[in-house]
Write a protein that binds this ligand. Sequence first.
Ligand SMILES: Cc1ncc(C[n+]2csc(CCOP(=O)(O)OP(=O)(O)O)c2C)c(N)n1
Ligand SMILES: [Mg+2]
Length: 895
Amino acid sequence: MRNPAPKDTADLETLEQREWLESLDYVIEQGDRGRVQRLLATLRHHARVSGVALPFSAVTAYVNTIQPDEETPLPGSQEIERRIKSLIRWNAMAMVVRANRVSDGIGGHISTYASAATLYEVGFNHFFRGKGRDGDGDIVYFQGHASPGIYARAFLEGRFPIERLENFRRELKPGGGLSSYPHPWLMPDFWEFPTVSMGLGPIMSIYQARFNRYLEDRRLKKASDRKVWAFLGDGETDEPEALGAIGLAAREKLDNLIWVVNCNLQRLDGPVRGNGQIIQELEALFRGAGWNVIKVLWGSDWDPLLANDYDGLLAKRMGEVVDGQYQKYAVESGAYLREHFFGTDPRLLEMVKHMSDDQLKKLRLGGHDPVKVFNAFKRAFETKGQPTVVLARTIKGYGMGEAGEGKNVTHQQKKMNEADLRSFRTRFGIPISDEQIADAPFYRPPDDSPELQYIRERRKALGGSVPSRSVRVEPLKVPLDGVFEEFFKGTEGRKASTTMVFVRMLSKLLREKEIGDLIVPIVPDEARTFGMEALFRAVGIYSHVGQRYEPVDMDTLLYYKEAQDGQILEEGITEAGSMSSFIAAGTAYATHGVNTIPFFIYYSMFGFQRVGDLVWAAADSRTRGFLLGGTSGRTTLAGEGLQHQDGNSLVYSLCYPNCLSYDPAYAFELAVIIQDGIKRMYQDQESVFYYLTVMNEQYEHHEMPKGAREGILKGMYKLKPAPVSDDRNAKQLRAQLFGSGAILNEVVKAQDLLAKYGVAADVWSVTSYTELYRDGHACERWNMLHPTEPPRVPFVAQCLKDAPGVFVAASDYCRVLPDSIDRWMPRKIRSLGTDGFGRSEDRAALREFFEVDARFVAIAALAELQKEGQLDASVVAQAIKDLGVNPDKPNPAVS
Ligand SMILES: Cc1ncc(C[n+]2csc(CCOP(=O)(O)OP(=O)(O)O)c2C)c(N)n1
Ligand SMILES: [Mg+2]
């Protein structure tokens, strides 16, 4: 047969398409969507085996996922809900405008909530369950920049008096104010989860949802249909943490997790993807990862147009416009839309010829349409076996008109002039008169108004207000002497590392009757590094589906055992994910009313340094638990070099106000600290958490010196007094040596070296420079403000009151740690530390390189004595020579 002419080909194709579509319509009309799916899958397969390579597409057309005929009507009164939403919009805007009038530059955001109002209000009126049901409600991560809207709703619900709103971002005002963003530390009865550092809310929500399952699988909580909701910005998805764990959510089939991405197509500076389509990009990523994706792009006004789009022209046009252009449509007139959007094809123009420009301008987007949003949330709520993401298209600054709607500057807009306020008021029908409008007053209708009655009724039906944070646990009563006693006795000649000691303590705690079940060991693929593999078998690795394979090491004692009630969270190589689990477990006392005790052990260099912002979020969240920086210390970790050897983490941890940091050297120190930590956090219910460094150098651990307990906890105690000289009249040179962690052993050796030079040195173990530093400043501050009262004496000063001689400190961390307590010492401290980059070497070479071994401690003490005029320079020079130190070696701090 001869090939048809080009025109015939086009006609033929049109005809073919019609026939195929009609056949498909026939199947669709039979009402079985599964049949349609199977048919299309068969066709695809058939085409492929017939040699037609079909391009892979992870995206669907640029239209709503849920079709109009699948929708259910919004329950309740759409009209009242619209009025409530308008009031909240107004008050949220007024809060920012008023705050910036009183205090210029105080900041705040109008446009984020303006775009997200419908998303939140549908949630508040129909989905978010409060804790009133049975103590457990839904868990909601609010987009941080939307907080004015969340406060404005709380105001309508009667949760805040008007003064608190007046004091938005003025927390120190008498009567209190409102914090800028969600901070449980600052508003512990209100906010539950800090979200404003972008990307952290999303990743925390995934691990929270997984932790909820963990609690149920381990029977620490009964199963429930509790949901975790996370609201995030489309720009926020650029943060690696935001999308970095979506694979886990799908793999774990977290159908208790719902994400809502507010796709206003803008971030702070401009469009998220000016030349692309963020929604399609996200759809591909989420679908590829295995999520259920629901796109809510177009409001109901578009339904009739799309219903008539039989050839898919409109859908095709929707799919080819880039986001920067969509943003332009949002700020332009209906005539512009007609000309530039529909005007590319006469058939599209024909579709809208019955509509006025004004009607075109008012065509609403999906994320502003409560019916569309309700149906998306409903489907998300009902989805089984997958997490769901709702991609909702909105306009940034919706309703702000000339003041910022859809404009690139809208994120930063904090002011509205009188004309802007007037049009905002009129657009949303707020009953504020022209005379009052310039003030932008707050507006709350009377308590018996239909709006407030409706709000109360809806929240009551859903179990009370959201967000709401409360602590619902009973304090634990745990005398744990039985666990820790053996460690106070030392290792009786056996060598062990503090990591080994810790693992033994953890194993014992796991077996303890009262608290064993509450312990949550968390590890990011380093259990073998820390010698924890015995725990795999003993308590199992958590897996929701148990173990569906025969582990390769099944015939060994310590095989890799996964179990549905497994206790260890083996997170794989993700410190960020592990930290999120730590937060979920460490806040369960509030979120779940369960006193879970997380122990998260990791390669210390990849903790504060790598995921410090998540640790900050943990601190803000009032997380409890123990962080253990394994293989820590710049010279104690041999061989690993620059990227792994950690001499930094204790410097970072100093800045986390409720984090208590310790650098223990001996088993008994670790035991005292952990026992006290459990007491403080779980018996006394203090909102603190711990950072403990543990090392892998093995040495003997002796018995706890009498009376050391208080000093261990406060930060220092005398470990080894100087040998007393027999000759009371001899002029004795004296020194005080301070050591921490594994470097303490070098300091003990230095005591012997110094004796050879006639110096009697006391050795102190400094378990926490951080605690000493905080105590010093606390005393000094109190003294400054109470000049007429007897002064408080810092603990360092108390310890060293009568200590004779020169002061030398050595640690495996930066020198700034010992330097930080210098102020409260009777004489200046000379500190040795490990400032600089690590090296791949063994311990002895590293300690020589960083100048923290026993010889350098001794030389430093001698040099200090020389400075004091107590020793001749020649003695120091001789010691340098005797001890084999090269005085011209490079400075490790800068090499
Ligand atoms: C980690 C981090 N980096 C930067 C910021 C500053 N910041 C605040 S909001 C914002 C833009 C947010 O855009 P998007 O996520 O799209 O939210 P929208 O306001 O558009 O809903 C930026 C960059 C931040 N809060 N956190
Ligand atoms: Mg955005």
